[in-house]
Write a protein that binds this ligand. Structure first.
Ligand code: PLP
Length: 393
């Protein structure tokens, strides 16, 4: 539309949300679609968090909160960073936002000038690239593949750096690959960054607890990184609170202050009730969500076993989050039921139409050889979905 701004015309629609909408449409037509396209835990929010929200309503938490979040929530976040990540962030270094998505958008808007480059190890979370572009930045994708477990090496990072590089953004555990960077791997990347003191790091740790290997590493805790790292987290994934929309950052104080200034003109403080409930979530011991992590691990093992029986699917062993990211490029150029599969987008569409299973093309995450399958679904759905996929291909 010629009346819309270049800003919106140049933006792509979130592929995960688009796939979910398409699946919904087909369901409304009466098709039995299994949705494995969304990054959403299929558990209910733990009761103690719901109780905290109900209490907050009764206690009339109905006014605007401080823009950067309630003081006692920020204290709870500060304690959480210390407890889980050995990071010292005081309350003045913390900003609470409407989902980690807003946290990321705030950071892009306050740190990027037009033309600044942002290194995105690919595959990366679907929104990074459009958030960076919205802020005038230029995403610089660094491709990885299954052979390196979808992780970049220090050499790849060094080669991607230019005089215009302002930041690097990554998630570990990674959406979409499920890969987890070890401490040694992050130390290798930090060693490269130490030669470039003006490059900032966005460390998206929203899947921190959904990690099947031992230990999560926050890059802010590595020598020389604290002063230029923005640690992003939230309650969507760990506590199944996706719709409650609470995310947060820990960052150098001047960055936190800038994010608060920006947010103050865009949304103000995040939802008051959800903030109160988040205090309860973050103060609870991590053991209160261990059941979810155990369940996700079982499902990961199940889906890996089932997918390994399909010819043409090559899968790494994801160590966190709740996705598998199979390389399905062996199907490109082949005919399936009379339809030629050109690329991963064709393949995902084929699975939707012929197997009635919704997945997402890897192209949306910067990897055109793969598709993303979320296993945040019941065992029954996972078995049936893979059976249908297997039959369709
Ligand atoms: N970062 C990653 C890697 C994600 O996968 C998601 C959600 O899918 C987000 C951030 C955004 O989370 P929120 O629901 O807190 O906005």
């Amino acid at each position: 539309n010629k009346y819309l701004s270049d800003r919106i015309n140049n933006m792509s629609t979130s592929a995960t949300l688009a796939m979910a909408a398409k699946a919904r449409e087909l369901r409304n037509e009466g098709k039995d679609i299994i949705g494995l396209s969304l990054g959403e835990p299929d558990f209910n929010i733990p009761d103690f968090i719901k109780e905290a929200a109900k209490e907050a309503i009764d206690q009339n938490y109905s006014s605007y909160s401080p823009v950067d979040g309630y003081a006692d929530l920020k204290n709870a976040i500060s304690k959480k960073f210390k407890r889980d990540n050995a990071l010292e962030y005081s309350a003045s270094q913390i900003v609470v936002s409407t989902g980690a998505k807003q946290s990321l958008a705030n950071v892009a808007m306050v740190l990027l000038n037009p033309g600044d480059e942002v290194i995105l190890p690919a595959p990366y979370w679907v929104s990074y690239s459009d958030i960076v572009k919205l802020a005038g930045g230029i995403p610089v994708e660094v491709p990885t593949d299954i052979a390196s477990d979808f992780k970049i090496t220090p050499d790849q990072l060094r080669n991607a750096i230019s005089p215009k590089t302002k930041m690097i953004w990554y998630s570990s555990p990674c959406n979409p690959s499920g890969s987890v960077y070890s401490r040694e791997e992050l130390e290798g990347l930090a060693a490269v960054l130490r030669d470039h003191p003006d490059i900032f790091v966005v460390s998206d740790e929203i899947y921190e607890h959904i990690n099947f290997r031992s230990g999560h590493t926050s890059i802010a805790g590595i020598d020389g990184m604290y002063e230029r790292t923005i640690t992003v987290n939230g309650v969507s994934k760990a506590f199944a609170m996706t719709g409650w929309r609470i995310g947060y950052i820990g960052a150098p104080e001047w960055i936190a202050r800038a994010c608060t200034k920006f947010q103050g003109q865009i949304t103000s403080g995040a939802n008051a009730i959800a903030q109160r409930a988040t205090i309860a979530a973050l103060e609870a011991p991590v053991s209160s969500i261990q059941f979810m992590i155990d369940e996700f691990r079982k499902r990961r093992d199940l889906i890996l076993e089932l997918l390994s029986e399909i010819d043409g699917f090559r899968v790494n062993v994801p160590e966190g989050a709740f996705y598998v990211f199979p390389d399905i490029s062996s199907f490109f150029g082949k005919e399936l039921r009379g339809k030629t599969v050109k690329d991963a987008s064709d393949f995902a569409l084929y699975l939707l139409e012929e197997a009635n299973v919704a997945t997402v093309t890897g192209a949306a995450f910067g990897n055109p050889n793969c598709i993303r399958i979320s296993y945040a679904a019941s065992e029954k759905e996972i078995r049936e979905a893979v059976r249908r996929i297997s039959e369709a291909v």
